[in-house]
Design a protein around this ligand. Structure first.
Ligand code: CMC
Length: 432
């Protein structure tokens, strides 16, 4: 991988003094000024709120070009992966760096089957959450608890990583499905060894003693696609959280649990849930698109069009494009008619023709149509972000692994510019 200093340099002038800083060039020609020696040389740090201009690491996992709408995992275009692979193949690719050959794939499948159960004691945890507990809160607690059931990770993280990765990828879908079953007050449905990864998840979610569930291949295909599209997205908020927590030497399970909490936010993974709530609100408000478009544009109103805009994509989100097509296909295949799909299409059209959205390069992102697919699959709105977490897990694992293996990795510790009170004398209690 070409992540070496490229030989070119950036010249920086600070208070009349000139400094030379090396330029790093990535495989796809993305360039960064390496400011590793800036503080030492100049006494200055950099200020970059929201890290809009800061690369926190070099990485060979995912490439993203926001101005051309390109996304690839380990060099393979997302369009091809979404069309030709199943999710666990892509999970393997992300974690291990190459597409599995038949023997590797079979071995991985067997590991996922072997690890599908969670410790029976953990099932009691579900009973102690209040009714209506947010599934993301439960998911993060349960994933964190895995670190106490499988403590070997803390002894030799890299040696045990492959097993821990398979364990997590397998168990997270059992935890997610059990969370839903408990919230419904239904008996738990255990994983079955005759079903594939996505089929097993759908069966654990929807099979009932009185109404056996039939796993439909169209549903499995749609879920595989959705999970693949969510599987990694370089240094987004939750992934950066996983890396930051991992940089302190925290085990994989707890680092991922922290990432799950970051993903929960409505500006991040929580947007898929927010989209459906927004579409329902518009529908109940007599399809009053104008009102919500105006609200989104009004700077004094915190309302934003959920599922629109992206920090990096400034043309279109390639995942959004694939999801929109998959959404159309699935609804036809399952013979489902969802009024929210119409609302979404009309809202998209209005926004894409509105100056405000055009000027700011705001396009539908991955979350805009994903909720409609989840609804067609029968997944309730409050589980949408859990679905995102299921998909993103292999990316988090791959990023955590990359960071642990990097000999130059350091504990993440940003600087700040202090703007508080200058030094002042202490005032005793009696004089305040
Ligand atoms: N609706 C209305 N205005 C928006 C929106 C939106 N969805 N997104 C951005 N803007 C405006 C924003 O107000 C700002 O306007 P101005 O320049 O006049 O101040 C401009 O566009 C740039 O926005 P920003 O907030 O500086 O951009 P950002 O890169 O910090 O934020 C974002 C990116 C995704 C958080 C934001 O677009 C947003 O809040 N979108 C809605 C939430 C959403 O869909 N999130 C999912 C993102 S994709 C999946 C994921 O990563 O989890």
């Amino acid at each position: 991988m070409n992540n070496e200093k490229s030989g070119s340099e950036a010249i920086l002038t600070v208070e009349g003094k000139t400094y030379s800083l090396p330029v790093v060039t990535g495989t796809e020609n993305d360039k960064a000024i390496d400011i590793g020696t800036l503080l030492q040389k100049t006494g200055y740090t950099t200020l970059d709120t929201g890290y809009k201009n800061t690369a926190s690491c070099t990485s060979d996992i995912t490439f993203l070009n926001g101005s051309e709408g390109i996304l690839s995992y380990r060099g393979y275009g997302i369009e091809e992966l979404a069309e030709k692979c199943v999710f666990i193949e892509v999970a393997y690719l992300l974690v291990h760096g190459h597409l599995p050959n038949p023997a590797e794939y079979e071995n991985f499948r067997q590991l996922l089957k072997r690890f599908a159960l969670i410790h029976e004691d953990m099932i009691h945890f579900f009973d102690h959450f209040p009714p209506n507990a947010p599934p993301m809160a439960i998911l993060s607690v349960m994933v964190n608890s895995l670190s106490s059931y499988y403590p070997e990770m803390s002894l030799d993280p890299l040696k045990t990583l492959d097993t821990a990765a398979a364990r997590l990828i397998s168990k997270i879908r059992t935890i997610a499905a059990f969370t839903y079953k408990k919230s419904m007050g239904h008996p738990l449905v255990y994983p079955r060894s005759d079903l594939n990864y996505c089929g097993n998840f759908l069966n654990m979610m929807f099979d009932k003693p009185v109404y056996p569930y039939t796993v439909r291949p169209e549903a499995v295909a749609a879920l595989n696609k959705l999970l693949i599209l969510h599987a990694d997205h370089e240094q987004n908020c939750s992934t950066s959280t996983v890396r930051l927590v991992g940089s302190a030497g925290v085990n994989l399970y707890s680092s991922i649990s922290a990432g799950i909490n970051a993903l929960w936010g409505p500006l991040h993974g929580g947007a898929n849930e927010a989209v459906v709530t927004m579409l329902e609100t518009i529908h109940q408000d007599n399809d009053n698109f104008k009102k919500y478009i105006e609200k989104a544009k009004d700077k004094s109103d915190p309302f934003r069009l959920s599922g629109f805009g992206h920090r990096v994509y400034k043309t279109f989100d390639p995942r959004g494009k694939i999801i929109k097509e998959a959404c159309d296909d699935l609804l036809v295949a399952l013979n489902v008619s969802d009024p929210l799909l119409d609302i979404a299409r009309r809202l998209e059209e209005i926004a894409l023709n509105d100056e405000y959205f055009i000027e700011r390069n705001l396009f539908p992102n991955v979350d805009f149509y994903s909720g409609i697919i989840y609804r067609a699959l029968g997944i309730p709105t409050n589980m949408f972000t859990v679905m995102f977490a299921l998909g993103r897990l292999p990316g988090w694992i791959a990023q955590w692994k990359e960071q642990q293996e990097d000999p130059d990795s350091k504990i993440g510790r940003p600087r700040q510019v202090y703007i508080g009170e200058p030094s002042r004398p202490f005032v005793p209690m009696s004089k305040r």
